[in-house]
Design a protein around this ligand. Structure first.
Ligand code: ATP
Length: 352
C-alpha cells in the first residue's frame, strides 16, 4: 500500500494541449479518491500520468516514498482498469485474470491458484472457463477488477469503470467496489464524470477543470460548501440555486426578499447567493423567499418545485410528496440555518 504524491505536475500533449496543468495532489495510503469533472478536464490524462502511460512534461509523481516520474509503467506497482475493461476476447476468464502473472513468468500452478482465489473474492467462481463474450457487463467489469488486483499492486487506478453498466447494475457494482476497496485497503484513484458516483464512493474528491483542481475535499465539504460557482454548478443532482444578491443595511437582499446575511460585507456589495434546493424548507411563517409555484417535477420521494420570485428570478426547492404545493400557489422557502452561501461576483469564489 502507498500514498501518491504529485508535485507541480503537468502533462502537455504534442499538439500543445496542457491536459494537466501544474497540479499538486497528495492521496493518502489506503484512500478511495475520486477525480471528478466535466469531459475534457484532464481526469484520464492525470490518471494515465500517475500510471506512467503518459510522460509527465513537468513536475514529479511519487508512489510511497519512491519518485516514479521516470519509472516505466510495469515497474510502478500500479494496477489499472480501463473504461472498456480491455479484456482479451479469445482468453477464458481464468486466463484473463492470470494474464499479468503470465507476463511476469509465474508458474502455471500459481496462475491458476491466484485466478481461483481472486475469482472467489469477486463472485466470479464458476465462470473461470467462460470467455468475456459469454459474460454480462457487470461480470466483465469484475473480471477486469480481478485482473487488476491479481497482481500485488500498491495502487489501483480506475478509469470510469462503471460507465458501461446500466443504472441498476451500476448501483450494485458501486457497492461491490466500495466493499472490495475496504477489504483489500488498496490506495484507489477513481475517475468519473458522475458526481453522484463520486459522492457515494469516495473518501475525498478532487473536482477538476482545465487540468487543475478547483476543489479538494470530502463529499460533504464539496457538496455542502462548494469553493466556487463552477463546483457549485457541477455538484448536486438538482443544480444549486445561484441568484443575484446585494448587501443592504446589514441584510441580504435577494429575489425580492430580505434575509440575514451570513457574512458582514460592506453595504452595496453585489454577490451571488448559493442555496441548494435540498436546503430550502417550506414554512408558513419565517424569513424566506416568497414566490409563485411555476413548475413541479417529480423526483421520486420528493419533487423539485420551481418558484417564480417577485424580481423574476427562479428558485428551485425540493419538497416531500406530502408537502407538495399546487401550481400557482404562493409559498415561502426558508433556507436552513448555515446553508446560505455567498460567492464573489467577480471570480465566483466562496466568500462565506
Ligand atoms: P473525458 O471525461 O471526456 O474522458 P477527461 O477529463 O478524462 O475527459 P482527458 O481525456 O484527460 O479528459 O483530456 C484532457 C484534454 O486533453 C482534452 O482537451 C483532450 O482533447 C486532450 N487530449 C486527450 N488525449 C489527447 C492526445 N492523445 N493528444 C492530444 N490531446 C489529447
Amino acid at each position: 500500500m502507498a500514498r501518491i504524491k504529485a508535485q507541480a505536475l503537468s502533462t502537455v500533449y504534442p499538439n500543445g494541449v496542457r491536459a494537466v496543468d501544474a497540479l499538486d495532489l497528495e492521496i493518502a495510503d489506503g484512500e478511495f479518491f475520486a477525480l471528478l469533472g466535466p469531459s475534457g478536464c484532464g481526469k484520464t490524462t492525470l490518471l494515465r500520468t500517475l500510471a506512467g502511460l503518459e510522460q509527465a512534461s513537468e513536475g514529479t509523481v511519487a508512489i510511497g516514498e519512491k519518485d516514479m516520474t521516470a519509472v516505466e509503467p510495469g515497474r510502478r506497482k500500479v494496477a489499472m482498469v480501463f473504461q472498456d475493461y480491455a479484456l482479451f476476447p479469445h482468453m477464458t476468464v481464468a486466463e484473463n485474470i492470470a494474464y499479468p502473472l503470465k507476463v511476469r513468468r509465474q508458474p502455471k500452478a500459481t496462475q491458476r491458484e491466484v485466478a481461483e482465489r481472486t475469482a472467489n473474492s469477486l463472485s466470479l467462481a464458476g465462470l473461470l472457463d467462460r470467455r468475456p463474450g459469454q459474460l454480462s457487463g457487470g461480470q466483465q467489469q469484475r473480471v477486469a477488477l480481478a485482473r487488476a488486483v491479481a497482481i500485488d499492486a500498491d495502487v489501483l487506478l480506475l478509469d470510469e469503470p462503471l460507465s458501461n453498466l446500466d443504472a441498476r447494475l451500476r448501483l450494485e457494482a458501486r457497492t461491490f467496489l466500495k466493499r472490495l476497496q475496504r477489504e483489500i485497503g488498496i490506495t484507489t484513484v477513481f475517475v468519473t464524470h458522475d458526481q453522484a458516483e463520486a459522492l457515494a464512493l469516495a473518501d475525498r474528491i478532487a473536482v477538476m477543470e482545465s487540468g487543475r483542481i478547483r476543489q479538494l475535499g470530502s463529499p460533504r465539504e464539496v457538496f455542502g460548501r462548494p469553493s466556487d460557482t463552477f463546483v457549485a454548478n457541477f455538484i448536486g443532482s438538482t443544480p444549486m440555486n445561484l441568484l443575484d444578491g446585494t448587501i443592504e443595511g446589514g441584510n441580504l437582499a435577494v429575489a425580492g426578499a430580505t434575509l440575514p446575511t451570513p457574512a458582514a460585507l460592506p453595504d452595496g456589495t453585489k454577490v451571488t447567493v448559493g442555496i441548494r434546493p435540498e436546503y430550502l424548507t417550506r414554512e408558513p411563517a419565517g424569513r424566506g423567499i416568497t414566490g409563485t409555484v411555476s413548475t413541479i417535477e417529480n423526483l421520486g420521494v420528493s419533487s423539485l418545485v420551481t418558484l417564480e420570485c417577485p424580481d423574476g428570478s427562479l428558485l428551485g426547492m425540493t419538497v416531500r410528496e406530502q408537502h407538495e404545493p399546487r401550481a400557482g400557489a404562493e409559498i415561502t422557502a426558508v433556507p436552513e440555518q448555515g446553508r446560505l452561501l455567498l460567492y464573489s461576483k467577480e471570480d465566483g469564489t466562496l466568500l462565506a
